[in-house]
Design a protein around this ligand. Structure first.
Ligand code: NAD
Length: 295
Protein backbone atom coordinates (compact mmCIF):
# COMPACT_ATOMS: atom_id res chain seq x y z
CA UNK A 1 0.00 0.00 0.00
CA UNK A 2 1.48 3.36 -0.91
CA UNK A 3 2.44 5.85 1.77
CA UNK A 4 0.23 8.45 0.05
CA UNK A 5 -2.81 6.21 0.43
CA UNK A 6 -2.03 5.65 4.09
CA UNK A 7 -1.38 9.36 4.60
CA UNK A 8 -4.71 10.31 3.11
CA UNK A 9 -6.62 7.95 5.38
CA UNK A 10 -6.57 9.13 8.93
CA UNK A 11 -5.18 11.47 11.51
CA UNK A 12 -2.48 9.16 12.87
CA UNK A 13 -1.14 8.56 9.36
CA UNK A 14 -1.09 12.15 8.15
CA UNK A 15 1.99 14.10 7.17
CA UNK A 16 4.11 14.60 10.26
CA UNK A 17 7.46 15.43 8.74
CA UNK A 18 8.08 17.43 5.57
CA UNK A 19 11.14 18.28 3.51
CA UNK A 20 11.87 20.99 0.99
CA UNK A 21 14.59 20.87 -1.66
CA UNK A 22 16.05 24.29 -2.32
CA UNK A 23 16.41 27.01 0.30
CA UNK A 24 15.82 29.98 -1.99
CA UNK A 25 13.01 32.52 -1.92
CA UNK A 26 10.38 29.79 -2.05
CA UNK A 27 12.14 26.97 -0.17
CA UNK A 28 12.87 29.31 2.75
CA UNK A 29 9.25 30.50 2.80
CA UNK A 30 7.82 26.97 2.65
CA UNK A 31 10.15 25.87 5.46
CA UNK A 32 9.01 28.79 7.62
CA UNK A 33 5.31 28.15 6.96
CA UNK A 34 5.53 24.42 7.66
CA UNK A 35 7.50 24.89 10.87
CA UNK A 36 5.24 27.71 12.05
CA UNK A 37 2.15 25.57 11.52
CA UNK A 38 3.61 22.65 13.45
CA UNK A 39 4.92 20.34 10.71
CA UNK A 40 8.69 20.05 11.19
CA UNK A 41 10.63 20.38 7.97
CA UNK A 42 14.06 19.46 6.64
CA UNK A 43 15.40 22.11 4.26
CA UNK A 44 18.03 20.88 1.82
CA UNK A 45 20.16 22.88 -0.58
CA UNK A 46 23.44 22.36 -2.40
CA UNK A 47 24.92 25.59 -1.02
CA UNK A 48 25.59 26.44 2.62
CA UNK A 49 25.03 30.12 1.83
CA UNK A 50 21.50 29.36 0.56
CA UNK A 51 20.69 27.52 3.81
CA UNK A 52 21.86 30.57 5.77
CA UNK A 53 19.66 32.83 3.63
CA UNK A 54 16.65 30.51 4.12
CA UNK A 55 17.12 30.49 7.91
CA UNK A 56 17.66 34.27 7.98
CA UNK A 57 14.43 34.77 6.05
CA UNK A 58 12.51 32.65 8.56
CA UNK A 59 14.11 34.57 11.47
CA UNK A 60 13.19 37.89 9.86
CA UNK A 61 9.52 36.94 9.44
CA UNK A 62 9.37 35.65 13.01
CA UNK A 63 11.20 38.73 14.32
CA UNK A 64 8.54 40.97 12.76
CA UNK A 65 5.75 38.89 14.30
CA UNK A 66 7.46 39.10 17.69
CA UNK A 67 7.79 42.88 17.34
CA UNK A 68 4.09 43.17 16.57
CA UNK A 69 3.22 41.01 19.56
CA UNK A 70 1.67 38.26 17.43
CA UNK A 71 3.92 35.54 18.82
CA UNK A 72 5.98 34.97 21.94
CA UNK A 73 9.72 34.37 22.06
CA UNK A 74 9.28 30.66 22.85
CA UNK A 75 7.16 30.23 19.69
CA UNK A 76 9.90 31.89 17.65
CA UNK A 77 12.52 29.56 19.11
CA UNK A 78 10.25 26.52 18.60
CA UNK A 79 9.55 27.44 14.97
CA UNK A 80 13.21 27.95 14.12
CA UNK A 81 14.02 24.66 15.88
CA UNK A 82 11.49 22.87 13.65
CA UNK A 83 13.50 23.72 10.51
CA UNK A 84 16.46 21.45 9.96
CA UNK A 85 18.86 22.88 7.37
CA UNK A 86 21.08 20.33 5.66
CA UNK A 87 23.35 19.67 2.69
CA UNK A 88 22.92 15.88 2.97
CA UNK A 89 20.40 13.86 0.97
CA UNK A 90 20.47 11.18 3.66
CA UNK A 91 18.76 13.56 6.11
CA UNK A 92 15.61 13.60 3.97
CA UNK A 93 14.71 9.97 4.71
CA UNK A 94 12.19 10.64 7.49
CA UNK A 95 10.04 12.98 5.38
CA UNK A 96 6.48 11.92 4.50
CA UNK A 97 6.33 14.58 1.79
CA UNK A 98 9.03 16.40 -0.19
CA UNK A 99 8.44 19.72 -1.94
CA UNK A 100 10.98 20.29 -4.69
CA UNK A 101 11.74 24.04 -5.00
CA UNK A 102 14.96 24.21 -7.02
CA UNK A 103 15.55 26.34 -10.12
CA UNK A 104 12.82 26.51 -12.81
CA UNK A 105 14.61 24.25 -15.27
CA UNK A 106 12.90 21.03 -16.47
CA UNK A 107 16.14 19.03 -16.78
CA UNK A 108 17.43 20.02 -13.34
CA UNK A 109 14.04 19.27 -11.77
CA UNK A 110 13.77 15.89 -13.53
CA UNK A 111 17.24 14.89 -12.31
CA UNK A 112 16.53 16.02 -8.76
CA UNK A 113 13.12 14.29 -8.65
CA UNK A 114 14.42 11.01 -10.12
CA UNK A 115 17.20 10.93 -7.51
CA UNK A 116 14.72 11.71 -4.75
CA UNK A 117 12.44 8.89 -5.85
CA UNK A 118 15.34 6.45 -5.89
CA UNK A 119 16.62 7.57 -2.46
CA UNK A 120 13.38 7.96 -0.52
CA UNK A 121 11.30 5.16 1.05
CA UNK A 122 8.84 3.64 -1.40
CA UNK A 123 5.71 5.73 -1.87
CA UNK A 124 6.93 8.98 -0.29
CA UNK A 125 4.75 11.81 -1.62
CA UNK A 126 6.79 13.92 -4.04
CA UNK A 127 5.71 17.38 -5.18
CA UNK A 128 7.15 20.21 -7.23
CA UNK A 129 6.73 23.92 -6.58
CA UNK A 130 7.29 24.60 -10.28
CA UNK A 131 5.62 27.80 -11.51
CA UNK A 132 5.08 26.74 -15.09
CA UNK A 133 6.52 23.34 -16.09
CA UNK A 134 3.95 20.64 -16.88
CA UNK A 135 3.69 18.05 -14.14
CA UNK A 136 3.61 15.31 -16.78
CA UNK A 137 6.96 16.54 -18.16
CA UNK A 138 8.51 16.21 -14.69
CA UNK A 139 6.65 12.94 -13.98
CA UNK A 140 8.19 11.37 -17.09
CA UNK A 141 11.44 11.06 -15.10
CA UNK A 142 9.73 9.01 -12.37
CA UNK A 143 9.05 5.29 -11.99
CA UNK A 144 5.92 5.94 -9.91
CA UNK A 145 4.26 9.12 -11.18
CA UNK A 146 1.16 8.28 -9.14
CA UNK A 147 2.99 9.54 -6.03
CA UNK A 148 3.77 12.93 -7.61
CA UNK A 149 1.89 16.19 -8.22
CA UNK A 150 2.45 19.94 -8.33
CA UNK A 151 2.30 21.95 -5.11
CA UNK A 152 2.61 25.56 -6.23
CA UNK A 153 2.98 28.10 -3.44
CA UNK A 154 3.04 31.85 -4.05
CA UNK A 155 5.52 34.48 -2.99
CA UNK A 156 5.80 35.50 -0.16
CA UNK A 157 4.68 32.11 1.10
CA UNK A 158 3.68 33.29 4.57
CA UNK A 159 1.36 35.98 3.17
CA UNK A 160 -0.22 34.37 0.09
CA UNK A 161 -3.15 32.05 0.88
CA UNK A 162 -3.36 30.20 -2.44
CA UNK A 163 -1.64 26.89 -3.20
CA UNK A 164 -2.28 25.31 -6.60
CA UNK A 165 -2.23 21.54 -6.44
CA UNK A 166 -1.65 20.24 -9.93
CA UNK A 167 -2.88 16.83 -10.92
CA UNK A 168 -0.70 15.09 -13.50
CA UNK A 169 -2.32 12.50 -15.78
CA UNK A 170 -0.97 9.70 -13.56
CA UNK A 171 -1.29 11.32 -10.13
CA UNK A 172 -3.36 9.17 -7.75
CA UNK A 173 -6.28 10.51 -5.73
CA UNK A 174 -4.44 9.43 -2.60
CA UNK A 175 -1.53 11.72 -3.48
CA UNK A 176 -3.85 14.67 -4.18
CA UNK A 177 -5.65 14.06 -0.87
CA UNK A 178 -2.41 13.92 1.09
CA UNK A 179 -1.15 17.15 -0.49
CA UNK A 180 -4.47 18.96 0.01
CA UNK A 181 -4.33 17.85 3.64
CA UNK A 182 -0.78 19.22 4.04
CA UNK A 183 -1.75 22.54 2.38
CA UNK A 184 -4.68 22.89 4.79
CA UNK A 185 -2.40 22.12 7.72
CA UNK A 186 -0.22 25.00 6.56
CA UNK A 187 -3.26 27.29 6.75
CA UNK A 188 -3.44 27.66 2.98
CA UNK A 189 -6.39 27.64 0.57
CA UNK A 190 -5.61 24.89 -1.95
CA UNK A 191 -7.23 24.56 -5.35
CA UNK A 192 -6.76 21.42 -7.45
CA UNK A 193 -6.08 22.27 -11.07
CA UNK A 194 -5.34 20.39 -14.28
CA UNK A 195 -1.92 20.20 -15.82
CA UNK A 196 -0.74 22.65 -18.50
CA UNK A 197 2.13 25.15 -18.74
CA UNK A 198 1.55 27.85 -16.09
CA UNK A 199 -1.45 26.02 -14.54
CA UNK A 200 -4.07 28.61 -13.54
CA UNK A 201 -2.39 31.65 -11.99
CA UNK A 202 0.60 31.92 -14.30
CA UNK A 203 -1.58 31.53 -17.37
CA UNK A 204 -3.14 34.77 -16.19
CA UNK A 205 -0.04 36.47 -14.78
CA UNK A 206 2.48 35.84 -17.55
CA UNK A 207 0.38 37.36 -20.34
CA UNK A 208 0.13 40.43 -18.07
CA UNK A 209 3.93 40.50 -17.68
CA UNK A 210 4.26 40.08 -21.47
CA UNK A 211 1.95 43.08 -22.06
CA UNK A 212 4.08 45.12 -19.68
CA UNK A 213 7.46 44.11 -21.15
CA UNK A 214 6.19 44.90 -24.68
CA UNK A 215 5.36 48.42 -23.51
CA UNK A 216 8.80 48.81 -21.95
CA UNK A 217 10.44 47.65 -25.19
CA UNK A 218 8.36 50.25 -27.02
CA UNK A 219 9.80 52.96 -24.76
CA UNK A 220 7.44 53.22 -21.79
CA UNK A 221 9.26 53.94 -18.53
CA UNK A 222 8.90 50.90 -16.23
CA UNK A 223 8.74 52.96 -13.03
CA UNK A 224 5.98 55.14 -14.45
CA UNK A 225 4.03 52.03 -15.46
CA UNK A 226 4.41 50.74 -11.89
CA UNK A 227 3.20 54.04 -10.43
CA UNK A 228 0.07 54.00 -12.61
CA UNK A 229 -0.74 50.39 -11.66
CA UNK A 230 -0.07 51.05 -7.96
CA UNK A 231 -1.27 54.57 -7.26
CA UNK A 232 -4.08 54.98 -9.74
CA UNK A 233 -5.23 51.54 -10.78
CA UNK A 234 -4.86 50.50 -7.14
CA UNK A 235 -2.95 47.24 -7.27
CA UNK A 236 -0.57 46.59 -4.36
CA UNK A 237 2.46 46.62 -6.66
CA UNK A 238 3.24 47.25 -10.31
CA UNK A 239 4.63 44.67 -12.76
CA UNK A 240 8.29 45.74 -12.60
CA UNK A 241 8.35 45.57 -8.80
CA UNK A 242 6.51 42.25 -8.86
CA UNK A 243 9.03 40.83 -11.33
CA UNK A 244 11.83 41.94 -8.98
CA UNK A 245 10.07 40.11 -6.13
CA UNK A 246 9.63 36.94 -8.20
CA UNK A 247 13.27 37.01 -9.40
CA UNK A 248 14.17 37.91 -12.98
CA UNK A 249 16.09 34.66 -13.55
CA UNK A 250 13.04 32.66 -12.47
CA UNK A 251 10.68 34.89 -14.49
CA UNK A 252 12.93 34.45 -17.52
CA UNK A 253 12.80 30.63 -17.23
CA UNK A 254 9.02 30.79 -16.76
CA UNK A 255 8.64 33.01 -19.84
CA UNK A 256 10.52 30.39 -21.87
CA UNK A 257 8.24 27.59 -20.66
CA UNK A 258 5.12 29.65 -21.42
CA UNK A 259 6.41 30.61 -24.91
CA UNK A 260 7.10 26.97 -25.68
CA UNK A 261 3.74 25.85 -24.31
CA UNK A 262 1.63 28.54 -25.99
CA UNK A 263 3.64 29.67 -29.05
CA UNK A 264 0.75 31.58 -30.63
CA UNK A 265 -0.33 33.46 -27.49
CA UNK A 266 2.97 33.91 -25.71
CA UNK A 267 5.40 34.58 -28.57
CA UNK A 268 8.98 35.26 -27.53
CA UNK A 269 9.86 38.95 -27.54
CA UNK A 270 13.05 40.29 -29.01
CA UNK A 271 15.06 42.17 -26.39
CA UNK A 272 12.61 41.16 -23.68
CA UNK A 273 13.69 43.34 -20.72
CA UNK A 274 13.29 40.39 -18.34
CA UNK A 275 15.76 38.33 -20.42
CA UNK A 276 18.12 41.30 -20.78
CA UNK A 277 18.18 41.99 -17.02
CA UNK A 278 18.60 38.31 -16.14
CA UNK A 279 21.55 38.06 -18.56
CA UNK A 280 23.10 41.06 -16.82
CA UNK A 281 22.83 39.12 -13.53
CA UNK A 282 20.20 41.56 -12.31
CA UNK A 283 18.03 38.97 -10.59
CA UNK A 284 15.77 41.36 -8.65
CA UNK A 285 15.44 41.66 -4.88
CA UNK A 286 17.30 38.39 -4.28
CA UNK A 287 20.61 39.99 -5.31
CA UNK A 288 19.72 43.63 -4.72
CA UNK A 289 19.29 44.72 -8.35
CA UNK A 290 16.68 44.17 -11.01
CA UNK A 291 14.41 46.75 -12.61
CA UNK A 292 15.14 48.71 -9.40
CA UNK A 293 18.26 48.98 -7.28
CA UNK A 294 17.86 47.78 -3.68
CA UNK A 295 21.34 48.20 -2.17
P1 NAD B 1 15.84 30.71 -5.96
O1 NAD B 1 16.77 31.00 -7.08
O2 NAD B 1 15.60 31.75 -4.93
O3 NAD B 1 16.28 29.38 -5.20
C1 NAD B 1 16.59 28.17 -5.81
C2 NAD B 1 17.42 27.37 -4.83
O4 NAD B 1 17.57 26.04 -5.32
C3 NAD B 1 18.85 27.93 -4.64
O5 NAD B 1 19.08 28.14 -3.26
C4 NAD B 1 19.75 26.82 -5.19
O6 NAD B 1 20.98 26.72 -4.50
C5 NAD B 1 18.87 25.60 -4.95
N1 NAD B 1 19.22 24.42 -5.74
C6 NAD B 1 19.59 24.37 -7.04
N2 NAD B 1 19.79 23.08 -7.40
C7 NAD B 1 19.54 22.32 -6.30
C8 NAD B 1 19.57 20.94 -6.02
N3 NAD B 1 19.94 20.06 -6.95
N4 NAD B 1 19.23 20.49 -4.75
C9 NAD B 1 18.87 21.38 -3.80
N5 NAD B 1 18.84 22.71 -4.01
C10 NAD B 1 19.16 23.17 -5.24
O7 NAD B 1 14.46 30.29 -6.67
P2 NAD B 1 12.97 30.40 -6.12
O8 NAD B 1 12.41 31.72 -6.49
O9 NAD B 1 12.92 29.93 -4.69
O10 NAD B 1 12.25 29.34 -7.07
C11 NAD B 1 12.30 27.94 -6.79
C12 NAD B 1 11.13 27.26 -7.50
O11 NAD B 1 9.89 27.84 -7.05
C13 NAD B 1 11.14 27.46 -9.03
O12 NAD B 1 10.63 26.31 -9.62
C14 NAD B 1 10.18 28.63 -9.23
O13 NAD B 1 9.59 28.65 -10.49
C15 NAD B 1 9.15 28.33 -8.16
N6 NAD B 1 8.36 29.50 -7.71
C16 NAD B 1 8.95 30.72 -7.58
C17 NAD B 1 8.19 31.80 -7.17
C18 NAD B 1 8.80 33.16 -6.98
O14 NAD B 1 8.05 34.15 -6.90
N7 NAD B 1 10.11 33.28 -6.91
C19 NAD B 1 6.82 31.63 -6.88
C20 NAD B 1 6.26 30.35 -7.00
C21 NAD B 1 7.04 29.28 -7.44
Amino acid sequence: KSKARKLAKGSDTQIKQAAVLGAGIMGGGIAYQSAYKGVPIIMKDIQESALDLGMNEASKILGKQLERGRIKLDQMVKTLGAIKPTLNDADLQTADIVVEAVVENPKVKQTVLAKLEADMPDGTVLTSNTSTICIDVLASALEKPENFCGMHFFNPVHRMPLVEIIRGSKTSDATINAVVDYALKLGKSPIVVNDCPGFFVNRVLFPYFAGFTQLVTEGVNFAKADKVMENIFGWPMGPAYLLDVVGLDTAHHCTDVMAEGFPARMARQEKDPVAVLATQQRFGQKNGKGFYQYV
